[in-house]
Write a protein of this length. Sequence first.
Length: 166
Amino acid sequence: MKKPEVLFVCMGNICRSPAAEIVFRKVVADAGLEGRIGIDSAGTIGYHAGDPPDRRLAATLRARGYPVAGRARQVTRADFGCFDLILPMDEDNEAVLRRMAPRNGARARVVPFVTFCSELGVRHVPDPYYGGADGFERVADLVEDGCRGLLAHLRGALADEVMPRN
């Protein structure tokens, strides 16, 4: 089986989706699976293309022990042919992705990121951009939860000989 490829998506790709990419990279590496899952993030708008993650997000993640790196980019139609899972952080970005998705031949499945969260009743990962530090902490909590659930899902979907369980 080929390496699964996942793409996390929010609006500008400077807060929620890079948080998920950064956290998931560490979760995957800590599980001894680095290089076995493709991981990226993007935004539905290109306004922040080339920018690093938001400084408040970076501070939140660094305080939790995550190495922060990356630059924002915009989702393209080509992404639908490259990624197995495209994971929007909220309903608005999900709607944009569904409108963008090619009608035929797309490998990607657009699945709300919160599908993988264990916290009941979560409908989306809220955008912390216009709020305070507590919003970035909430995003980090949800992203950590969802990334653990996503890894469990991917492990369950692959044969043990391709991705051994730890």
